[in-house]
Ligand binder design. Structure first.
Ligand code: KIV
Length: 267
């Protein structure tokens, strides 16, 4: 088995090849992604909203992330696998954070962890990197800071905010983050950050000039209908197709058309 590595991803950036990432939570969707040629999978804490039906990512636990990451790994054993560290699993102390990140790597087979935040997590990023745990940063709109932001927003439109984001980006990069997700950031700012950086930038609502792009599986296939941010492109109306199939099944059972003779065992 030849697993995709950090080195493979760095090479892609050097060659100007775009990196494709999908946020996914289970065995089947991970398998479909890998079969479609998607090499980087993220087990995002967006699973709190998309999988669990919560109204934010904040209640998601470390145990839940580990459970989902194991399923995703089974679906795509060769993919580069990143796992989101959930809210309050890395903020309390460096010691606890390193222990929790270590658990994720050891128990799930993931190759990197993703942490939200800038300067406030730089020391931790440095320690994790030194310990052999590759770190993916996440800047711009960071859903774990929902209450500070007061709701989803574009970050970096104002000069002062853009400057702060640039400083956070540089600090994360210097501390060893090999990849940084930029969420809801003006495209020009994301382009500037990408051009001057060693770190691989992955955009979500950050325009086309990042080194790669990420979307959530359920958004790509149109299964999550609750929210559709501007940056989501649906490639399938999955929810409509699923409902249609389920209605047909219901009708067939009610009308005595299911199961047929071929779908039944003989006497
Ligand atoms: O939780 C998630 O799925 C994410 C991506 C959308 C970047 O953080």
């Amino acid at each position: 088995m030849k697993r995709v590595t950090v080195r493979d991803l760095r090479r892609k950036k050097e060659r100007g090849e775009r990196i494709v990432m999908v946020s996914t939570y289970d065995y089947l969707s991970a398998k479909l992604c890998w079969e479609a040629g998607i090499e980087v999978l993220l087990v995002g804490d967006s699973l709190g909203m998309v999988f669990q039906g919560l109204d934010s990512t904040l209640p998601v636990t470390l145990e839940e992330m580990i459970y989902h990451a194991k399923a995703v790994r089974r679906g795509a054993p060769e993919a580069f696998l990143i796992v989101d560290m959930p809210f309050m699993s890395y903020q309390v102390s460096s010691e606890e954070a390193i222990r929790n990140c270590g658990r994720v790597i050891k128990e799930t087979g993931a190759q990197a962890v993703k942490l939200e935040g800038g300067r406030e997590i730089v020391e931790l990023v440095y320690k994790l990197t030194l310990s052999g745990i590759p770190v993916v940063g996440h800047l711009g709109f960071t859903p774990q800071h929902l209450h500070r932001f007061g709701g989803p927003k574009v970050v970096g439109k104002e000069e002062e905010e853009a400057l702060r984001l640039k400083e956070d980006f540089k600090a994360l990069e210097d501390a060893g983050a090999f990849m940084i997700v930029l969420e809801s950031v003006p495209w020009k700012l994301a382009q500037d950050l990408t051009q001057g950086s060693q770190a691989i930038t992955i955009g979500i609502g950050a325009g086309r000039y990042c080194d790669g792009q990420v979307l959530v599986f359920h958004d790509i296939v149109g299964l999550y209908e609750e929210i559709k941010p501007k940056f989501v492109r649906r490639y399938l109306e999955g929810a409509k197709l699923f409902r249609e199939a389920l209605r047909k099944f219901k009708m067939d059972v009610e009308e005595g058309n299911f199961p047929s003779e071929e779908e039944s065992y003989g006497a």
